[in-house]
Design a protein around this ligand. Structure first.
Ligand code: 3UK
Length: 540
């Protein structure tokens, strides 16, 4: 049944005993044995008469579904006819979020290839690790990011074919222009791998997560359908890179799954995103909690004012959403943020809430199609109100590419995300910390993010990070790294003010005994706080 001539990915799936249990117990999760997710998301749109509707918008570009299909088909022809791609080959995709990058993703997957995204900021060393691990043979690369890839290429003998796009016009676009706009999707099996998404988490050696054509359809059938509920008239926009599955789903797959349009912008920072939302009259926004916070703070400070009145739905993921950030955003825009926890391993969001069911401090309830519980170290479910490890099952799940860490993420059929959570009696899940970020001080368990949330309710705080640092007397003490808002004085009086503020907001024993002021905090490519870096600094 598999259409993969190159069996690399299939041969490197984890052994059956280490797979998570997969559940397809809803009508929308019944998939045929043969399915190509790009025929479903793209070709079907055009067949159903949506060909003239806008699909992808970018700098100087606006493609209808029919134009996007023609472009993807031409690129698929270049891959197959010129670059000798066979189904199952891995293709590295490298670029800022642009319509061309989106067309390349669709072309690779339609041709039965396996799309391997890479974050634009990766250096040659990190690219080499991914290319080696996934034995990548082909690359389609934004010409503006060619430098690091060509450095990597020297150490990657298997990478035979590299084509550039968005350069001087002699690369991929020129070749594609000569090709026929017709290309029949390769009839892949539902369980042929469509993409490998790499994640380094917040530490360590990158892991490749393998997702099937069926998984892409399952992700579209769960969270967007039941929680986001977009319409074909929505216009999506946001910051996460397409190489991050948060961005791939939110800014490409989900809009396509309902025939909506998506605005791809290259540098969506808190400084540029509001103007782009206003210019494109975007209705659905995806970004990280820190970005919502920074935009809301800037709006309150009365800087350049952008008209965000087109926005209908704002989605936050990647990190816990502090209650203070939810309140700031609501105050600035009138909109209730939709929080959701997802992971690269599970492809997208599995616990979330819609606008009507937001509860400050809670991530939400389990998304239809998934089951989730909080378990102890022996994987026994804990009663509501107790803190334990988050365990999840559903139609998607973790399958690392040849990686011993499979047996850490998947245990007893459950995906263990590495997060400490509490579930209340109503089934709402409350994020506590990464399991390795829990601070134990004087015998108390303290979740760093809870102290961060408390600090963020103080008007002087722009950003903060809380970690445990070694202490002779207490084992660990709580230490806060704080970025103050412009114009606030970082003196001992401010330390005392913030400490008192925390003591009045949460149980006093949780207050940060040490506070250090910084101008910025260490973050990953995807905007996650790297608490481990701060911990390393203090133990050096
Ligand atoms: C953390 C959250 C609290 C959590 C992701 C949406 O973040 C994504 O994937 P990653 O593999 O990281 C997964 C880990 O990030 N996290 C994410 N969202 C939340 N913590 N509240 C949240 N709302 O530690 C999780 O285990 O980078 C998010 C969709 C797709 C994704 N890949």
């Amino acid at each position: 049944m598999s259409a993969h001539v190159d069996r690399f990915a299939r041969d490197r799936l984890p052994p059956a005993a280490q797979w998570p249990e997969l559940r397809f117990d809803r009508p929308e999760l019944q998939f045929p044995a043969q399915i190509n997710c790009v025929s479903e998301l793209l070709d079907r749109r055009v067949q159903q008469g949506d060909g003239e509707r806008p699909a992808v918008i970018g700098p100087g570009v606006s493609w209808s579904y029919a134009e996007l299909q023609a472009q993807a088909n031409r690129i698929a022809r270049v891959l197959v006819d010129d670059l000798k791609l066979v189904p199952g080959n891995r293709v590295l995709l490298r670029g800022a979020n642009t319509p061309m990058l989106a067309a390349c993703w669709l072309a690779v997957v339609k041709a039965g290839g396996i799309a391997v995204g890479s974050m634009p900021l990766l250096r040659a060393k990190e690219l080499t690790a991914i290319i080696d691990k996934a034995e990548i043979t082909h690359a389609l690369c934004d010409a503006r990011l060619a430098g690091e890839l060509s450095l990597a290429q020297a150490g990657c003998p298997g990478l035979d074919h590299v084509l550039h796009f968005l350069g001087d016009g002699s690369g991929l676009e020129a070749r594609a222009a000569d090709k026929s706009p017709q290309f029949d999707a390769v009839p892949t099996a539902a369980d042929d791998v469509a993409l490998i998404a790499f994640t380094s988490g917040t530490t360590g050696v990158p892991k490749g997560t393998m997702h099937f054509h069926r998984d892409v359809m399952a992700a579209c059938a769960c969270w967007p359908r039941h929680v986001l509920k977009p319409t074909r008239d929505d216009r999506f926009i946001g910051s996460p890179p397409l190489a991050f599955t948060f961005g791939l789903g939110g800014l490409l797959l989900f809009p396509m799954s309902v025939g909506a349009s998506t605005v791809l912008i290259e540098k969506a920072t808190p400084d540029t995103l509001p103007a782009a939302i206003a210019a494109h009259r975007a209705t659905v926004c995806f970004t990280a909690p820190t970005s919502y916070r920074a935009i809301a703070i800037a709006m309150k400070a009365g800087g350049a004012v952008h008209d965000l009145s087109s926005l209908r739905k704002c989605v936050s993921a990647g990190e816990a959403l502090p209650a203070a950030t939810r309140a700031l955003w609501k105050d600035a825009t009138g909109l209730e943020i939709i929080d959701g926890i997802g992971s690269t391993e599970l492809l997208h969001i599995f616990i979330s809430h819609d606008e009507a069911h937001a509860r400050p401090g809670a991530t939400g309830t389990v998304v239809p199609g998934y089951v989730a519980c909080v378990v102890d170290d022996a994987l026994r479910p804990l009663p509501p109100g107790q803190v334990g490890r988050l365990a999840v099952k559903g139609p998607t799940g973790c399958r690392y590419l040849a990686d011993a860490r499979q047996s850490q993420y998947v245990q007893g059929g459950w995906n263990l995300t590495g997060d400490a959570y509490l579930m209340d009696a109503d089934g709402y899940f409350f994020y506590q910390a990464r399991t390795d970020d829990m601070i134990i001080s004087g015998g108390y368990n303290i979740a760093g993010p809870e102290v961060e949330s408390a600090l963020m309710t103080h008007a002087a705080v722009a950003e903060c990070a809380v970690v445990g640092v070694a202490d002779e007397e207490r084992g660990q003490i709580v230490k806060a790294y704080v970025v103050l808002k412009p114009g606030v004085t970082d003196d001992a009086a401010m330390v005392k003010t913030l400490q008192d503020h925390v003591k009045q907001t949460v149980a006093p024993y949780k207050y940060p005994r040490a506070i250090e002021f910084r101008s910025s905090l260490p973050r990953t490519e995807t905007g996650k706080l790297q608490r481990f870096r701060l911990r390393q600094e203090t133990t050096r």
